[in-house]
Design a protein around this ligand. Structure first.
Ligand code: IPD
Ligand code: CA
Ligand code: CA
Length: 275
């Protein structure tokens, strides 16, 4: 069993697990003959989601047998059990199932370690590019591409003030839904991408300044990217600008949230002026 007092020591093992799951997803993507059903929450799930779920759960339970695993594909665990968890793995085996089904490359594997209601380690693996974003608290955020690790940072306040504010927006959403939430005095540029975590990673690597998500998401959608954002200099908050928290409620549904690359900017005014 691996040591967990220092989560950063687990990073390489977690990247290896996310990579293995991502390779399974990619193989199914290329075969193209996956099964697809609709879950009770009306969202789709495929045989690729379930294959990734299975391998991630098996590998995490073998890596740290004492740490429970909460995956989107096996999330019916009541708070009466979860509330005794100091630490747990929080997993979205395939974020961007809709993109996967549509044949787009914008999907990823998300694994986070949550400790005392806050994510402390996060890995976002992108199967189609074989790139990976990762971070653990206090150790910076990185992107691994072609075997090399590059530190990543959100765009600075100076860069944000000097140009249009870059908003990460879903490929499959009317961009006006997002634009209408912001102060019209500011100029905006849209950066279109699928998948909740990948849009957060765009903010972490300075390709976008903000990603706002109105509508249902699960705690597994935000945890891994939240560590990466934080270590890159940004923040994930509710749209009331309160911190997001984990494993405190019976529901695992997140409130509406905003991912920002510059915590000190006056986001309240930027959002409030639109209402
Ligand atoms: C969804 C995707 C989607 C986002 C949804 C998520 P799933 O996750 O990230 O882009 O808009 O809010 O629930 O169902 O593909 O894991
Ligand atoms: Ca998801
Ligand atoms: Ca998912």
């Amino acid at each position: 069993m691996a040591a967990v007092n220092r989560p950063e020591q687990l990073i390489e093992s977690v990247i290896a697990i996310a990579t293995e799951a991502g390779q399974k997803i990619k193989a199914i993507f290329h075969q193209g003959d996956f099964e697809q059903t609709i879950k009770l929450d009306s969202t789709p799930v495929t045989s690729a989601d379930l294959a990734a779920h299975q391998v991630i759960c098996e590998r995490l339970m073998s890596l740290t047998p004492d740490i429970p695993v909460l995956s989107e594909e096996d999330a019916e665990i009541p708070l009466s059990i979860r509330e005794s968890w100091q630490r747990y793995w929080l997993v979205d085996p395939l974020d961007g199932t809709g993109e996967f089904i549509a044949g787009s490359n914008d999907f990823s594997v998300l694994i986070a370690l949550v400790d005392n209601h806050q994510p402390v380690l996060g890995v976002v693996y992108v199967p189609m590019t074989q790139e990976c974003y990762f971070a653990s608290l206090g150790n910076g955020a990185y992107k691994r591409s072609q075997g090399e690790d590059f530190p990543i940072h959100c765009r600075s306040g100076y860069e944000q003030n000097e140009s249009a504010l870059k908003l990460a927006v879903s490929r499959r959403q009317d961009p006006n839904t997002v634009l209408n939430m912001f102060n019209k005095k500011q100029d905006y540029e849209l950066v279109r991408l699928g998948g909740a975590a990948l849009k957060s990673c765009l903010v972490a690597e300075g390709q976008a300044d903000c990603y706002i998500r109105i509508g249902p998401t699960g705690e597994w959608d935000t945890a891994a990217a939240q560590v990466i954002i934080k270590e890159a200099g940004g923040q994930v908050m509710t749209t009331d600008l309160q911190p997001l928290t984990y494993n405190r409620r019976e529901t695992l549904e997140n409130p509406n949230f905003i991912v920002v690359g510059q915590s000190t900017r006056n986001w309240k005014d930027l959002l409030k002026a639109a209402s």
